[in-house]
Design a protein around this ligand. Structure first.
Ligand code: HEC
Ligand code: HEC
Length: 285
């Protein structure tokens, strides 16, 4: 089975096997692999002084890159599904309000079908940032699923939410969500102190921002942001006031948007980048 993603990529069941979940099924073809191969053939020619590459393998066995997407990419897809699975899958969310959502809280009904609305940008449910958005929320924390067996967690997702997931969402999407929850959760405490300030160096992060973000978000970080209900249209504001949300989106990308997923970068690059974003556009408190 293959999942067509909004990015125009197609993730196949054989790729999802990277997660060690139960996604490996017969007939998983390598559509995504061909996208990777096409990207490789488009890449710029090697500079003249580059050392010679080892000869291509004589064997008929395809190289991993041609049949599978890497584990880091799969985690970013899981993270985007967690953010908004309906946008990633390109299907409408169920109609009406999720019955698991408290009736007395005023909210756009569609939001009640996103994992993140209830379990939070920090995955801590009612114990974390969710309680700032939804007073009295008592949704469970998913932090303890980090490091668990993905196949078991896929079952727990089905047990808890079969009502709206089973039949409506491909098994592969549930496996990717389980892969994310067991291997992709980021602990915000690794990046921010208890007052929500990044542990990185703003001066170092500036180079990353100017190299990788400025084209889209502009010098002041105010372009292209719609964000979540109640957000201000300023990257500085989002990273100062919604640090967990910014961290999740920077690591995994944004469903349906041409936003980068920086999960591949090393820890300090992310921390420095966040520190720079926090000093950006300080007028927007
Ligand atoms: C409307 C709020 C809401 C939404 C949306 C929601 N959940 Fe839950 N989730 C809950 C509640 C409440 C429970 C506890 C229910 C129970 O135990 O039967 C739960 C339980 C779980 C559990 C079991 C936790 C454990 O420790 O076994 C997992 C895993 C889970 N959810 C994952 C997800 C994923 C993945 C999504 C998105 C596809 C999602 N949830 C969407 C409210 C929500
Ligand atoms: C190709 C264009 C593009 C590039 C490059 C880009 N972004 Fe984005 N970014 C977007 C779009 C589009 C969105 C989604 C807008 C929305 O829905 O809020 C977004 C959203 C975000 C969000 C979420 C904002 C919110 O309110 O939740 C953050 C944070 C962010 N980008 C940070 C960055 C950083 C940091 C970089 C550089 C490493 C970067 N972006 C590079 C296009 C881009």
């Amino acid at each position: 089975m293959a999942l067509a993603l909004s990015a125009g990529l197609c993730v196949s069941a054989s790729s999802a096997g990277v997660l060690g979940g139960s996604a490996q099924g017969p007939g998983g073809e390598a559509a995504a692999g061909s996208a990777v191969a096409a990207a490789e053939s488009r890449s710029a020619a090697a500079p003249a002084d580059r050392p010679p590459q080892p000869p291509a393998s004589e064997s008929d066995e395809p190289r991993p890159a041609e049949t599978e997407l890497g584990p880091v990419f799969m985690l970013t897809v899981g993270g985007k599904l967690y953010d908004d699975l309906w946008v990633v899958l390109g299907t409408a969310a169920p109609a009406g309000r999720n019955p698991a959502f408290p009736k007395d809280v005023e909210i756009d009904a569609r939001q009640t079908w996103r994992c993140v609305t209830c379990h939070g940008w920090d995955y801590r449910g009612g114990e974390g940032e969710t309680s700032r958005r939804i007073p009295g929320a008592n949704f469970p924390s998913l932090r303890a699923l980090d490091g668990e067996n993905p196949a078991d967690v896929a079952e727990r997702i089905r047990d808890a939410h079969g009502l709206f997931l089973v039949g409506a969402v491909p098994d592969l999407a549930i496996d990717l969500l389980a892969g994310f929850l067991t291997g992709g959760q980021i602990d915000e405490a690794d990046f921010f102190d208890e007052r929500g300030r990044s542990l990185g160096e703003p001066e170092v992060g500036r180079d990353i921002f100017e190299g990788a973000c400025i084209n889209c978000h502009q010098l002041d970080g105010r372009r292209f942001l719609h964000g979540e209900h109640g957000d201000r249209s300023s990257l500085g504001w989002v990273v100062r006031n919604r640090p967990e949300q910014a961290l999740h989106k920077i690591m995994n990308g944004v469903p349906g948007a041409e936003m980068l997923a920086l999960r591949f970068m090393d820890y300090w690059q992310i921390a420095d980048l966040l520190a720079y974003l926090q000093v950006l556009d300080p007028k927007e408190r």
